[in-house]
Design a protein. Structure first.
Lengths: 219, 219
């Protein structure tokens, strides 16, 4: 019985990693679609999100079965409850990648954002991609240095997100209302994506150390 | 032991209802602050959100303790896991009410949205307030007619949210980029609030009936 239980826990973690991998692929592809106004790639991201939702649902059912059949306590219990919560965040990250892809499809053949603000979005996409890949590594290795790296990356995402709103409010901004709204929403999607990434990283940190670690590396 | 367990379940439900009450009050006050550009009221909403976060954390810890100490199975287990998930949605609804209040404070002494689109927001606020109050009733009564009412109300919220984006893209829209972004974000906050409300309503439906009910009443 005990061995089967440890196997169940391992399976739950493998499924979490699998979902995180799909989320990382979705964000990376959504970013590429966004950068090249590639509506076919965007469509793939949108279609793939259903798979993430399905796997999340499956993982949740498995977790609830483990709770029912094994009645885990202490750290094992927190692991299962943690998986339930992390899967919710990961599923939401998949939704956000899909939202980005939907914007690409909606505005095609135009780009979603004007050239003047593209560098900011290039950096947002680069950092979000790194956060998504780091999450896969963190769930695999439980190396808390990776969790700190994610929290630190998120600080930069917040700065970039704020700078987007400053750009929209600035004198030289001459874009239409609709474009401005697209820019703000896209920025918010990337910002929320990173935020959910931090949320997963904090849960792993808690499971490993029993403490909510300081949210950022450095000072 | 059995009696204590039933008491624990009752306490968990009472705490959920308490959080839902605070969320309903927060949304109602955020809506009022939004409509009258009342920065003091907005500040109250922002401050009160910490209380919701605290209660959610407390409820989650209690739920995990119940899982550890009682090892519930079947419908009791689903009730506890359901509470964990509903509290997450309710906490997020509190955040969204806070986001609305933050917009009010940020734009004061101006209104967040121009007069031309106020009727749409008045209706959004009215419906969201009703949804929030209905959630309290649903958690108390477990009356699935209330769950259907929430799902039906959400359909209208989605229509209103879409109409906001149409208005921004229309010929006659002459607002600044910043104002347009505020309008879009505020609309999104109200839309997400209703969406989380539906999510809670569906979980109650599932707990009561074992089925995910059709999401809307009527045809």
């Amino acid at each position: 019985m005990r061995k089967a239980f440890q196997e169940e826990l391992a399976t739950i973690n493998e499924e979490l990693i699998r979902i995180a991998e799909l989320v990382a692929a979705a964000l990376e592809q959504a970013g590429q679609a966004f950068q090249s106004s590639d509506t076919e790639l965007a469509q793939e991201v949108i279609a793939a999100d259903a798979r993430i939702d399905f796997l999340q649902h499956e993982l949740d059912e498995r977790s609830i079965d483990v709770l029912a059949l094994e009645g885990p306590v202490a750290s094992d219990l927190r692991l299962v409850v943690g998986a339930l919560r992390m899967s919710t965040s990961l599923e939401r990250m998949g939704d956000l990648a899909r939202h980005v892809a939907q914007l690409v499809r909606l505005r095609f053949p135009s780009d979603v954002v004007p050239a003047s603000i593209r560098p900011t979005f290039d950096e947002l996409i680069e950092i979000d991609t790194r956060i998504a890949r780091d999450l896969v590594e963190l769930l695999s290795s439980r190396d808390l240095e990776v969790a700190k790296r994610i929290a630190t990356a998120n600080v930069r995402v917040n700065e970039l997100h704020a700078s987007v709103f400053q750009a929209i409010a600035a004198e030289g901004w001459n874009e239409s209302a609709s474009t401005s709204v697209d820019v703000a929403l896209a920025s918010r999607y990337f910002e929320r994506f990173a935020d959910h990434g931090v949320s997963v990283a904090r849960k792993v940190t808690y499971l490993v150390s029993g403490d909510w670690e300081p949210q950022t590396a450095g000072l």
